[in-house]
Every structure is written in structure tokens, then in C-alpha cells.
Design a protein around this ligand. Structure first.
Ligand code: MLT
Ligand code: MN
Length: 305
């Protein structure tokens, strides 16, 4: 299957509008050590003709413009005046950076929108999403642990990962509560044995998650933070990674340590926050990531899973 990283940053992207941190300053200056990153979203295709979006970042419009595989095809009736190879979108949660881009898809294109019942409920409550005409954009409940067939020869299974309700819908009395349907990861298989695991928001690496990752051809994992207390130390937030629903890369419970033993074709981090020092080429943290066999995904990156 073909996999295109449309965006690789966390909420805010790189540079983030109100950040003068080093990754953002370098990105503004066009320094190759910190390339600009839009917010995380992926495109996948089993046949190169029908494409599926995984999450819809607020940056989706520019991401699509920058990705020829997703453009209207001129060999269609009417010269492709209204055409898209995009068949639909699968969203893994209701964070702003996963759903705001749905508003970019409001131009009357027939699409399928897959999300868990809980996430669909949140979208249903927000009337602004009614700009996606329900006669054309079918909202389908994504079941956990059940195989869903996608046009183009892909088979999708969604499963719960440790997480929480989106920030804008947290219960103030118990912000870490939430249903298993608030944060899901996706396993996508093609007909040739390729398997992609996409887990852009994940508060911990459980044994169950490690088992599901084992044997994948490509892993795209939550790489928001290098260390759990990074944003607190930098004075950028009062929250730990865990509190935000993100596992850190480093530390005894971090992704690098917890996934050392699993077999994966290529392992990459996505959803990188602009505070993460592993973003910076040449940093010791980036060297640590590479030494552990991981890559940092970048916008526009193409992979074969
Ligand atoms: C996250 O990944 O934690 C969220 O996107 C944060 C946010 O809502 O800004
Ligand atoms: Mn996010």
C-alpha cells in the first residue's frame, strides 16, 4: 500500500503561530535542521487510485494542494471539473487537529466519513459539521475490533489505545476519563501482506498495543514529546504528556524502550510537537531516536507498507 505523510506535526504545527522556540525559529528561517510541519494527517491507498485520509488536520487544504496523487484527474468526464481520488476519511479522535480539516471537504464531493460512535456523537453535536451534506458525506460508525473493507483493496481494523476525550470535551471533574472510543489506532492491511499501524495519539504503550504493532511493515506512532514533563520544564504548559494523552519517546515507559523488541519494517514518529528536541536534526535526542532504529516522519514523505 502507498502511504503519504500529509502532515507530521502536533497541534500548532511547526512553526506554531505563537512560538518562538528553537524548532519554530529555525523553521521560520528556512533552516533544514527543522523543516516546517503541518498537523498530522496521512493518505493511504491499496491500488494507487482510491485514497483514504487518516485524520483531517486544519491544514488539510494545503496538504491536498501539495499532494499530486490526491488531485482531480483530468481524464474524467468534464475534464475532472468535480473529481477526487479521495474516497473518504477515517478519524482517530475528535481533537481539533484531527477533525477541523473536515470543514475543508465541504464542496459536495461524495465521501465516507468513518469515526467511532462516540466521535460521531461529538460531530453530530456541532452543527458546523452539517456543512458536510449528509446526503453526500455518509457518516459511518467505525466499530472497534471489526474488519472494515475500504475501496482499493484495504482492510481496516480500529482498536482502542490509552487516551482521553478531546481537550474541548474533557469532563472538568475528571479530565482523564473517556470512553475507549475517544482515542483509537488503526491497523490497515492490503492484499499483498502490507500492514500499517497508525497510532497518532496514545498515552501509553501497553502490551496489547506492542503485540498489534509486532510484524507491521510500517508503524506511524505518537511522537509528540521527547520527555513526559517537557512542556512543564519549558514553561509552555502545566500538563505532562500523560495528562495530554501522549506517551513520551524517552524514559523507561517511553516508546523507544517499550517497543525495542517488536519487529517492524519501518518505525516512524508522527504528531511531533514543536517542543520535542528530537525534531532538530543534529540534536542528541535525534541521534538517540535514530540509534534505536526510528525515523522522524516529515511532511510529503512517501512510504510503501
Ligand atoms: C493533542 O494532541 O493533545 C491535542 O491536539 C491538543 C489540542 O487539542 O490542542
Ligand atoms: Mn493533537
Amino acid at each position: 500500500m502507498r502511504v503519504i505523510v500529509l502532515g507530521s506535526g502536533a497541534g500548532g504545527g511547526v512553526p506554531q503561530w505563537n512560538s518562538g522556540g528553537s524548532a519554530c525559529r529555525l523553521a521560520r528561517a528556512g533552516d533544514a535542521r527543522s523543516p516546517a510541519r503541518t498537523q498530522t494527517g496521512i493518505a493511504v491507498s491499496g491500488d494507487g487510485a482510491s485514497w483514504w485520509l487518516l485524520d483531517a488536520a486544519p491544514d488539510l487544504r494545503v496538504q491536498l494542494a501539495a499532494t499530486p496523487a490526491l488531485h482531480p484527474r483530468r481524464d474524467r468526464p468534464n475534464g475532472g471539473l468535480r473529481d477526487s481520488p479521495i474516497r473518504g476519511v477515517i478519524v482517530t479522535g475528535a481533537d481539533v487537529d484531527k477533525i477541523a480539516g473536515l470543514l475543508t471537504l465541504r464542496e459536495g464531493q461524495p465521501l465516507v466519513l468513518w469515526a467511532t460512535r462516540t466521535v460521531l456523537g461529538l460531530l453530530d453535536e456541532n452543527r458546523i459539521f452539517e456543512v458536510l451534506d449528509r446526503d453526500r458525506v455518509a457518516r459511518r460508525a467505525l466499530p472497534l475490533e471489526e474488519l472494515v473493507r475500504l475501496e482499493g483493496g484495504l482492510r481496516l481494523t480500529a482498536f482502542a489505545v490509552p487516551g482521553k476525550a478531546p481537550r474541548w470535551a474533557e469532563d472538568p471533574a475528571d479530565p482523564l476519563s473517556g470512553s475507549p472510543e475517544h482515542a483509537v489506532a488503526l491497523a490497515i492491511e492490503d492484499e499483498r501482506g502490507g500492514r500499517l499501524v497508525y497510532a497518532p495519539g496514545c498515552a501509553a504503550i501497553t502490551d496489547d498495543l506492542a503485540r498489534r504493532i509486532d510484524g507491521a511493515s510500517v508503524l506511524l506512532l505518537d511522537g509528540t514529546l521527547w520527555s513526559d514533563d517537557e512542556m512543564i520544564r519549558l514553561g509552555a504548559s502545566t500538563k505532562t504528556g500523560r495528562r495530554m494523552g501522549h506517551v513520551a519517546m524517552s524514559g523507561p515507559d517511553g516508546a523507544l524502550a517499550r517497543l525495542r523488541q517488536v519487529q517492524v519494517g519501518r518505525r516512524l514518529f508522527v504528531h511531533l510537537n514543536n517542543t520535542n528536541p528530537a525534531l532538530l536534526e543534529g540534536s542528541p535526542e535525534r541521534a538517540g531516536v535514530a540509534a534505536a532504529g526510528w525515523e522522524i516522519a516529515h511532511d510529503g514523505m512517501e512510504l510503501e507498507a
